[in-house]
Design a protein around this ligand. Sequence first.
Ligand code: SAH
Length: 395
Amino acid sequence: MMKTIILRKGKEESLRRYHPWIFSGAVHHTEGNDPLEEGDIVEVLSSDGRFLAIGHWQIGSIAVRVLTFKRQRIDQAFWRRRIAAALEVRRSIGVVGKEGNDTCRLVHGEGDNLPGLVIDIYGSTAVMQAHSVGMHVCRHELAEALREVFGEKLKAVYYKSESTLPFKAQLGQENGFLWGESSDDIAYENGLAFHIDWLKGQKTGFFIDQRDNRALVERYAHGRRVLNMFCYTGGFSVYAMRGGAELVHSVDSSAKAVELVDANVEYNFPGDNRHAAFAEDAFRYMEQMQEEYNLIILDPPAFAKHKDALHNALRGYTKLNAKAFEKIQPGGILFTFSCSQAVDKEHFRTAVFTAAAMARRKVRILHQLHQPADHPVNIYHPEGEYLKGLVLYVE
Ligand code: SAH
């Protein structure tokens, strides 16, 4: 018998609105012969015994991540259907099958009705990341489902959850291939090539979520002097090069990242001396820089990992952007981003506008940016919206 969770009276309301999380405070008691174990699949009932949902149970403030609001078996076929549905969405919006592209986010957690799971596709390799114990427990079934859905096209599934699973669950998880092995490590995006370090790189190895925003940088790069701050593997730099920038400077505090950006620029534009990369702290670099840039990209790591860090995060964004406003040349274009989920659009705007005022610059909004379509937001789970950006014209 499936283990069962009974909610407190009135706590079924958010589930009726298809919100995919059940907080621990909503749980009245559990039923079943065996004690609950983290990662268990549980059935959720209302206080008067009506079926509500099935999901993964975990210790923590989110007690259940809902997999389905219908009574059904959670087996290999279930995962296969969900993965096939995710692929179908990417096909229908033209992310998969587009010339010059073999890279996309296939599964974006709640946005694909698979809370706790991220899968990115790089050519013939899938990189899978579990954020919940339940998805970790199901990893082999998921890998098998990927094989079934993709067939010959997929050569390997790499599992990379060492740093994303709850530390307290003590799963002792190590990164590694669930099946297959990757023969190459190049991913193509809009006809540009990127080395992807899924073994050691950040996240799943690459920031697919900036694809459309990078293409916009390309549009504005012509003849400009570009500074790509927090460059990581240099996505924005390579697009700026193709867009005809006069020079491109990439900065990241990680020496490893600077090696990667150099390799990626060299791979796409061999011998092109418009580019240089520097391993330095962003604030220090901007403080001391002599170069007169007129296109600056600020794509820092999440300053707020949690809601309680919000205040400091906003100060961080203000300080960073103020420095950029202070230094950017008249007629310059600033691309500025926040990927902190805890910082919403309004907060971020306020931080950036405050920065502009501090630097006493006149600023216009050219674009308001966000995550791309292969990172969909479940409308019943607006928390899934995390990436926001502004493109600003600075007089
Ligand atoms: N723009 C990148 C992704 C940026 S991820 C892309 O499109 O792929 C954030 C990067 O910021 C990481 O590579 C990290 O090494 C770097 N970083 C973190 N703190 C930094 C600091 N204080 N100064 C410079 N870089 C920093």
